[in-house]
Design a protein around this ligand. Structure first.
Ligand code: BDP
Length: 741
């Protein structure tokens, strides 16, 4: 029994909780607003059991038993059994108990209203029904309304596909779909849907803002926290099928037997949920662990070492997924230390895992020891010449933009730039550059913007989504990675709204063409029990939240202005760090007359890395969107914007708009008091308070700095910064969380 089920089985406490939910929840949507309007909230009893967010989107709130054609029971039409099938039964039963208050009985023969579950794997049947399902992980959900008897079929080729189908079915229930008219065929568009944990073996999470690592390495494998099961369950519920357990800034120790035993224990927990385990490989591991003199990929002892190591790993974990590697970047060892290229390094590891079906995810986030003329050009310059040289089981993993998970970047030119190599998309769920876990920033719209961007490398549509899912260049392998925002906080992600980023990552990894607003709606449906008006409010807060962050941090294509090291708060003035491209100044280059980074032909010509239509659009001041202006161009402070305002006036307008948007989120949230359980309501309220304070800090400090450079006054009606520039410059945060160790 896991913690979710434990809570659900404590029916007494649960009943009381449910009664409250019935007042404000799905049952009471219509009545809730009138109760609030009548001022009756004050006399409501307090909830016996507060919600703290642990249950994520899998709370299975109580529903009106009359409202839907709930199944009368379920039947596992299977000849064999498996741990996954047991999970399916438990999941269905505990979900229906929570939602309806009564048991979903297990039938052994077909009755009216039965939910029938079957997979080719467990019954050998259903083959023809599943012809349209393109993947072993896909499924169908079909209402079959015969003359006498109606039932719903959930079918899949594998038990894991069936588990995904069951989670989808439960999502349909939560979103109040008509359960008598379901006709769903689903298959994931992307093969590898992987979380990347930047977790160190000592429990620290690099760029983690939700507590320590959930991996309790020290106590494993003798103590396996129930959280690991809950983690697997949550991932499976949104289709995530892989997890890289360790930091890309890797520690070779995880490859030693003592740790492999722990990794194997985790893999055992995750397996029935369809989740494979991957590890980060430190390129110099043969030297560190076994005293080899070199890690040169051309050295046969080194090659042999990796083969033996890979075989050893497969003894512990027969379905080990493979390696994720950060090499020759930010001081990490790699093949270039021996004058070899990325392909030689990646191929050596690929050869080691290939006999057992493993893959290598080789990161393109490279940052060489020498200063480039423009940092954003480096990955393309290093990787494109290697296209065609990688083994079949290598994917090149690229961040969404060419710099580093900024609030807004153009797409990375590697998407479309490499035809023969599958390029995997890396997104960052943890909000290193978007206000940590206290700022509400729903990242769905940002990822949608990236996935929808047409790379123009083909005549027909070749959006980033089409490249990543392998269709544009017909790749057999495809993948997407999300840098996890998960830690040991009770609510997992540091805040309730950060759970939505985990959820959205999974849903987009399954189907990168989904809209971020439909994903947000699903998440809201499952996370809160709101009136229709309440749902609308939360949806509009979420959908506008990322743009608000862009506005108050890095408007109009500005980028990388965050405080040094920890990336907390503004530091646009920083210009004295050891290397030019570590400094915010490098990215804006503001003088009394101009601001921005010229990436056209007259500047670094980074634009040459994009296909012609994109290059033309972004090179031209007439057609470049305002939101990328200063990323690609250097213009005067008095440059006339499309709005007719000067650049300076427009910039100030954006900063003001960002702060106002947070104030609006605060007041919108206040209106929801009483519709949301006290603990989650209060934390979100407090976090919005922090966000408002920090948005204002960002605005004030940035404007104070820009004014010190351009000597301009603020437009009329715009408030002066609260403090002097010296005040903001003097702030220091030695203990800000998540720093690199
Ligand atoms: C940067 C982070 C750093 C990571 C690096 C990476 O600040 O902690 O190690 O990315 O992705 O954004 O390798």
């Amino acid at each position: 029994m896991n913690e979710f089920q434990f809570e659900n089985k404590h029916v007494d406490a649960f009943e009381e909780k449910s009664q409250m939910k019935m007042i404000f929840g799905k049952l009471g949507k219509v009545f809730a607003s009138s109760i609030v309007a009548l001022g009756l909230v004050a006399v409501m009893p307090m909830r016996a059991q507060a919600e703290d967010g642990y249950e994520l989107w899998l709370r299975h709130a109580r529903m009106d038993p009359e409202a839907a054609a709930f199944p009368t029971g379920f039947m596992l039409d299977c000849e064999t059994n498996s741990p996954t099938l047991n999970i399916i039964s438990d999941e269905l039963q505990s979900a229906f108990m929570a939602m309806t208050g009564s048991e979903l009985v297990r039938h052994d023969k077909l009755e009216d209203g039965t939910l029938i579950l079957s997979s080719t794997q467990c019954s050998g049947s259903l083959q023809s029904d599943l012809e349209a399902v393109e993947s072993d992980e896909g499924y169908i959900i079909r209402s079959e309304n015969g003359e006498e008897i109606g039932h719903t079929l959930i079918g899949a080729k594998t038990d894991i596909g069936l588990l995904y189908g069951v989670f989808d079915y439960l999502r349909q229930v939560a979103s109040e779909a008509d359960l008598t008219k379901l006709d769903i065929t689903q298959a994931p568009a992307i093969d590898l849907r992987v979380l990347n944990h930047w977790d160190d073996l000592n429990g620290h999470v690099e760029r983690g803002f939700s507590g320590e690592s959930i991996w309790d390495w020290f106590r494993m494998p003798d103590y396996m926290s129930p959280r690991y099961t809950d983690y697997a369950r949550a991932n499976a519920s949104v289709g995530i099928n892989g997890t890289v357990l360790t930091n890309v800034n890797a520690d070779a120790t995880v490859l030693t037997p003592r740790y492999l035993e722990k990794v194997a224990a985790l893999a055992d927990v995750f397996r029935p949920y369809g989740i494979k385990v991957y590890l980060t490989a430190r390129f110099s591991a043969p030297m560190e662990l076994d005293g080899l003199e070199t890690a040169d990929p051309r050295n046969s002892d080194v090659q042999e070492w990796w083969k033996t190591k890979a075989d050893e790993i497969y003894e512990y974990i027969p379905d080990f997924g493979g390696f994720l590697v950060k090499a020759n970047s930010e001081g990490q060892p790699g093949p270039q230390d021996y004058d070899r290229d990325h392909a030689e390094g990646a191929n050596m590891l690929a050869d080691a895992v290939a006999p057992n079906g493993g893959v290598v995810m080789w990161r393109a986030f490279v940052y060489s020891a020498e200063e480039p003329d423009d940092r954003v050009k480096q990955a393309y310059d290093e990787f494109v010449p290697l296209d065609g040289k990688f083994r079949d089981n290598v994917l090149v993993q690229s961040k969404n933009g060419p710099l580093d998970f900024q609030p807004r970047e153009p797409i990375h030119p590697l998407f479309g730039g490499m035809e023969k190599t599958p390029v995997m998309l890396e997104l960052q769920l943890t909000k290193e550059y978007l206000g940590f876990s206290t700022h509400l920033a729903y990242l769905g719209p940002m990822w949608e913007e990236v996935l929808d961007t047409d790379t123009h490398v083909k005549k027909e549509d070749a959006s980033v989504a089409d490249i990543v899912d392998g269709k544009t260049f017909n790749h057999k392998l495809s993948g997407i990675a999300g840098v996890a925002n998960i830690g040991r906080d009770r609510n997992w992600a540091g805040s309730i709204f950060d759970q939505a980023n985990w959820y959205a990552f999974g849903r987009l990894a399954w189907n990168p063409k989904l809209s971020s607003s439909s994903i947000a709606e699903e998440w809201i449906d499952q996370t809160f029990d709101l009136s229709n008006a309440g749902e609308e409010t939360v949806l509009s807060m979420m959908m506008g939240s990322r743009e608000a962050v862009v506005d108050y941090m890095t408007p109009l294509g500005l980028t990388h202005l965050m405080g040094t090291g920890h990336h907390y708060g503004p530091g646009p003035w920083v210009d004295d760090l050891g290397r030019a491209d570590w400094n915010p100044y490098y990215y804006h280059r503001a003088t009394a007359d101009e601001i921005g980074f010229d990436r056209t032909k007259t500047g670094s010509n980074a634009l040459a890395q994009y296909a012609k239509p994109l290059r033309k659009k972004w090179s031209n001041l007439e057609t470049v969107p305002d939101n990328l202006l200063l990323w690609f161009h250097r213009v005067g402070w008095d440059y006339e914007m499309k709005s007719g305002l000067t650049l300076w006036q427009e910039m100030v307008r954006h900063y003001d708009r960002g702060v106002d948007a947070v104030a609006k989120m605060q007041s919108d949230w206040l209106n929801l008091e009483g519709e949301i359980d006290a603990e989650r309501y209060q934390q979100i309220s407090d976090f919005l308070g922090i966000q408002h304070k920090e948005a204002k800090w960002w605005r004030d400090a940035s404007l104070a700095y820009w004014m010190s450079i351009n000597g301009l006054e603020l437009p009329e009606g715009s408030a002066q910064p609260e403090h002097s520039l010296e005040y903001y410059k003097a702030l220091s945060f030695p203990f800000a969380p998540g720093q690199t160790q």
